[in-house]
Write a protein of this length. Structure first.
Length: 704
């Protein structure tokens, strides 16, 4: 009986299917090895039966349906074409050995030929179908991507249009700076500075900043790229094309623009806000004056009343003649004027009331000059007086007009160099009976044009003086950044009077106490030997002058300690360590009592205080030496934090000091307090802290 392929396929069905599945799990690849065996048994069974219909009945419908099914399954799960082709090829690997065992050579050849034809059709059919499906999938994916790109592009264009509209239409200036050059600016920025767009792009940003704000702006710009960063919002003066300066607020941030590190910012004109703030501050000052005036009015009025009464008694009882009687009259009149000024200050919030009467303009001028006679003599000022005798009486408030004349004369007196004349003129124009003129002219430097608009503002000033104690550098920087007004140092003491002044014709040097007066002889010496120190070195300051005290009343020990003789001259020991620069200006180093002797070093308490006060959370600091048997004195800092300071401890401040000071200057202890002891004039009283610490050490060291 011959070989029956139908019987073979039926009898060997289970064996061949299991063997085919085993080969799929082990020989094809990771995709098939990861699939569940139950799934593979199902798909292999369908493939086996479909192949059987082709081999036995030449029916390709079953294999076609299976190819569609398996193509969708394997494409969906990411199978490779080659892996599925190999899975079909396993039928050719598994079946022939079983056929060979039961057939002759001719029967084997016929059976394998039919198997090869079947698999050739199957693999080609599968490959074409799989590729077509894969291509369709790619096309669909591309279509979806194109649609997504179209939608996102539309959204981006819409967003860009909104952003462009926002940037172009806002009233605030918007700009982008890269490498100090402006690479983008909106119309508002150009309008604020008075330029066209083409004049702005490519220009350095500093071109649009006033010279007084340029240094501050450059420092903040450079700091913005550092790790610690810079303030995002700050104020400065912008410079317009016509040379005018206007207060401006800027909000800036470092970011990437066109994939390059840049600074983007918004600048806003704050002229009106600054004006309102100035008016508010002036209102506060005036209100404060009102409070002070009210509280002191009785204290001032009582002495004035006593002076007026005594002057009137003297006038009646003394046999005064000529100028002496006139001087008494002037004094009485001026006391009354002071009382009226006090009353007017109490009523400063009320509308000014003018008391018009017929008065002689020349008489008012003469009275004002007589009142200031001694001041003119002190400065050797000669008055060139030319009063028009034809001026008729005028309708005026005598007191207020007299006060205005006195103010003008005082201004001329202060502005005039010693020995120069001041001209006082009165003129009457008969053609215009309503006009009478008073002219007071001098040879002084005059008022700078930039200050002319400010001369009638209450409390307007261009600089300040500081005395009583040396101003810390950190405090000076805060003052100048807030008010843009320099502070000049005045130095001296009760024993010797004024010693040094800072030169007001130059920007004050930080840390200096100024140039010694010509009438003061200053030397810097070693405090132990009283020998002069080498140039540039610090030492104790000794001062001698005709005004230096000779000693303290009934205090011989203190006199001996303070007044010393050097080179045959008596000098007063100031108790301050100073140094001198090449210009002859003195620099304050430390009070001798405030030098801390630590491990053989002399540590300046003020230097450590200055570093602590540079910390952004510290508002005040006092550094003293605490007695210690091993190192002489240990450094202790008493610190007052700002109200909004959070999470700052002693270890943070010690680390700050280590980063900014030599190791031997770093405080060993940090103590936090709500306030520091200060004198009535605001001078830090280190002595109280130092004495307090020494009392505590003494108490702790007592035997129990």
């Amino acid at each position: 009986m011959g070989f029956s392929l139908e019987d073979f396929l039926r009898e060997k069905r289970a064996v061949i299917i299991n063997q085919w599945v085993d080969h799929l799990k082990t020989r094809v690849g990771p995709r098939y090895s990861e699939r569940p065996r139950e799934e593979l048994v199902g798909t292999v069974t369908e493939a086996y039966d479909a192949n059987a219909h082709v081999l036995l009945y030449n029916d390709f419908s079953y294999i076609d349906r299976f190819i569609e099914k398996i193509s969708q399954m394997r494409l969906k799960t990411g199978f490779l074409l080659s892996d599925v082709q190999m899975a079909f090829e396993l039928f050719r690997t598994v079946v022939p050995p079983h056929i060979a065992a039961d057939t002759t050579a001719d029967e084997f050849l016929e059976a394998t030929t039919r198997i090869n034809d079947c698999l050739t059709y199957t693999i080609h059919r599968f490959s074409d179908y799989f590729q077509a499906m894969h291509q369709n999938k790619i096309l669909e994916h591309n279509r979806q991507l194109e649609e997504e790109v179209r939608v996102r592009t539309s959204e981006l264009m819409e967003s860009e249009l909104k952003y462009k509209t926002l940037v172009e239409e806002i009233n605030d200036g918007y700009f982008v700076v890269r490498n100090e050059l402006i690479v983008f600016a909106n119309p508002a920025f150009c309008m604020m500075h008075g330029y066209q767009l083409q004049e702005v792009i490519g220009k350095k940003f500093y071109t649009f900043i006033d010279i007084h704000s340029r240094k501050k702006f450059i420092a903040i710009y450079e700091k913005s790229f550092q790790k610690r960063g810079a303030p995002r919002t700050f104020e400065y003066l912008r410079l317009t094309k016509d040379g005018q300066s206007h207060p401006t607020e800027i909000l800036a941030k470092s970011t990437f623009y066109d994939n390059k590190l840049s600074t983007i910012g918004i600048c806003r004109d704050i002229t009106q806000r600054v004006i309102m703030e100035q008016k508010f501050r002036e209102t506060e000052r005036m209100a404060y004056i009102g409070q002070i005036t009210t509280s002191l009015s009785h204290e001032i009025r009582n002495p004035l009343s006593a002076v007026q009464m005594n002057l009137q008694i003297l006038k009646k009882n003394l046999q005064l003649k000529g100028n002496d009687r006139r001087r008494i009259d002037i004094s009485v009149r001026e006391v009354k004027r002071l009382e009226n000024i006090l009353r007017q200050m109490l009523d400063f919030a009320k509308p000014v009331h003018l008391n018009f009467n017929r008065n002689s303009l020349n008489s008012i001028l003469i009275s004002s000059m007589e009142l200031l006679e001694m001041k003119f003599k002190e400065k050797n000022i000669a008055l060139d007086i030319e009063l028009d005798p034809d001026i008729p009486d005028i309708q005026a408030d005598e007191e207020k007009l007299g006060q205005a004349v006195i103010n003008l004369m005082l201004n001329a007196l202060e502005a005039s160099p010693a020995g120069s004349p001041i001209k006082v003129r009165s003129r009457y124009n008969s053609r215009n009976e309503r006009n009478a003129e008073v002219v007071i002219s001098d040879n002084g430097c005059g008022i700078p044009e930039k200050h002319l608009n400010d001369i009638f503002k209450p409390f307007f000033t261009t600089y300040c003086f500081c005395g009583g104690d040396v101003l810390p550098v950190e405090m000076y920087n805060r003052w100048e950044s807030r008010f843009n007004i320099p502070i000049y140092q005045v130095y001296g003491s009760t024993e010797v009077g004024h010693v040094c002044y800072s030169r007001i014709d130059k920007k004050p040097k930080l840390g200096t106490i100024g140039l010694p007066l010509k009438s003061r002889e200053c030397i810097i010496v070693n405090p132990t030997t009283l020998e002069p120190v080498s140039p540039g070195e610090s030492g104790e300051l000794l001062v001698s002058s005709p005004y230096t005290i000779k000693g303290y009343w009934n205090k011989p020990e203190e006199t001996e300690r303070t007044c010393v003789t050097v080179g045959g001259k008596v000098y007063c020991r100031m108790g301050d360590f100073v140094s001198k620069d090449e210009d002859g200006e003195l620099y304050y180093v430390e009070r001798s009592a405030d030098l801390i002797k630590h491990k053989g070093y002399r540590v300046s308490a003020s230097e450590v205080e200055a570093v602590l006060q540079d910390h952004p959370t510290v508002i005040g600091a006092c550094v003293v030496g605490v007695p210690d048997a091993k190192v002489g004195e240990r450094i202790k800092a008493i610190v007052v934090l700002k109200e909004d300071a959070r999470g700052v401890g002693g270890s943070d401040l010690i680390k700050w000091c280590r980063d900014h000071l030599a190791s031997y200057k770093v405080p060993a202890y940090i103590e936090f307090r709500d306030m520091l002891p200060k004198s009535k004039v605001g001078k830090l009283l280190r002595r109280e802290i130092r004495d307090e610490e020494r009392r505590r050490i003494s108490k702790d060291s007592r035997p129990t």
